[in-house]
Design a protein around this ligand. Structure first.
Ligand code: BDR
Ligand code: CA
Length: 324
């Protein structure tokens, strides 16, 4: 099998951690680098959590690049209320290696990697600050990558940081707006319309523990805080794990369906971070995005659990029929 080369840009973060566990272990992917951005936690903490993932998954060979410490122009507001002070549900798991970051910063690494046409794609799981800065350095960035998938935004579903805005684009609306305007590559937007369907329920967490006690206990530990947050905030039993869907969809694009459209991001006013999806072509502008609106949750969990639990796909698929 020809593995697809990807760079993951992330802000771990509980669901970023789960997404990284999927990406670095999926047989279909070759993660050539990981870039970290400020988002859920300050960037230095995000880097530490990336290392924690690579240690657990025995993938210390993957280089990690530290990126932006603040959004392009706005004050940085983390999501530690959602992810815990350490970004991993206040588990404070110890580090087990001495791995350090690469010398290049994230934006320089991205800008130079895409200096020429490549077979590499980017999956962005956090605010788009690193991507915007790389694009400012190298305006051909988007044209030189294969695909660009971004977890962020929302079309019809309500926001999670304001009535209309999703966290990643709300945290750095200027970066999101810049990327949508200048990337010259279809932005495959895995927004809240689809990620809200991906609920890791207490039943599925228990299933993880039964199938692979060590990994299951780790998942249970890091999601506990997130589960409490979801109950207090939305009376959902379980937690919405946004970021792994972007990775699973990248691997298997049939998991989500949607439509192509021109999309802009609001940068001012009380609606900052809102994605304005011109589905009915009022503005008569060429499509710059693919907006995902439908998701096959069985296919997602089948892929996700098979990889992260190191399990047999057929067994997982059979069990899921009783569990979901
Ligand atoms: C996004 O914001 C973060 O809290 C999550 O990691 C995810 O990337 C969801 O709005
Ligand atoms: Ca994230």
């Amino acid at each position: 099998m020809q593995r697809q080369k990807v760079i993951i840009d992330c802000d771990p973060g509980i669901d970023d951690m789960l997404a990284l566990m999927l990406a670095v272990q999926a047989p279909e992917l070759e993660v050539v680098g990981i870039t970290v951005v400020c988002g859920n936690v300050p960037v230095e903490l995000g880097v530490e959590n990336t290392f924690r993932c690579l240690e657990r998954c025995h993938r210390l060979d993957i280089p990690v690049y530290q990126g932006a410490t603040t959004p392009l122009t706005r004050e940085f507001i983390s999501a530690q209320d959602t992810h815990g002070m350490d970004g991993l549900g206040e588990t404070y798991f110890p580090r087990t290696s001495e791995k350090t970051i690469e010398v290049q910063d994230a934006a320089t690494y991205l800008a130079t990697t895409f200096a020429q046409p490549t077979a590499i794609s980017v999956i962005a799981l956090g605010p788009l600050t690193n991507i915007a800065q790389a694009l400012q350095k190298n305006p051909q960035l988007g044209e030189h990558m294969q695909r660009f998938v971004s977890m962020g935004g929302t079309y019809k579903s309500h926001g999670n940081c304001s009535p209309v805005a999703e966290y990643n684009y709300w945290c750095d609306p200027d970066a999101a707006a810049y990327v949508f305007q200048h990337l010259n590559q279809t932005i495959e937007m895995v927004g809240l319309d689809v990620t809200r369907e991906i609920v890791l329920t207490p039943t599925l967490i228990e299933y993880c523990r039964r199938m692979n006690p060590e990994i299951g206990q780790f998942i249970q530990a890091i999601t506990r805080f997130y589960v409490d947050f979801h109950w207090q905030q939305e009376h959902i039993l379980g937690c919405v794990i946004n970021d792994p869907l972007a990775v699973a969809y990248f691997i298997d694009p049939t998991i989500c369906t949607g439509f192509e459209s021109f999309t802009a991001v609001e940068t001012t006013s009380i609606s900052m971070g809102q994605t304005l999806v011109d589905r009915y072509d009022f503005w008569q502008k060429p499509a710059n995005s693919k907006i995902l609106t439908e998701v096959d949750t069985y296919s997602f969990f089948g892929k996700f659990l098979t990889v992260i639990l190191h399990a047999q796909e057929e067994l997982i698929q059979t069990d899921l029929k009783n569990l979901m």
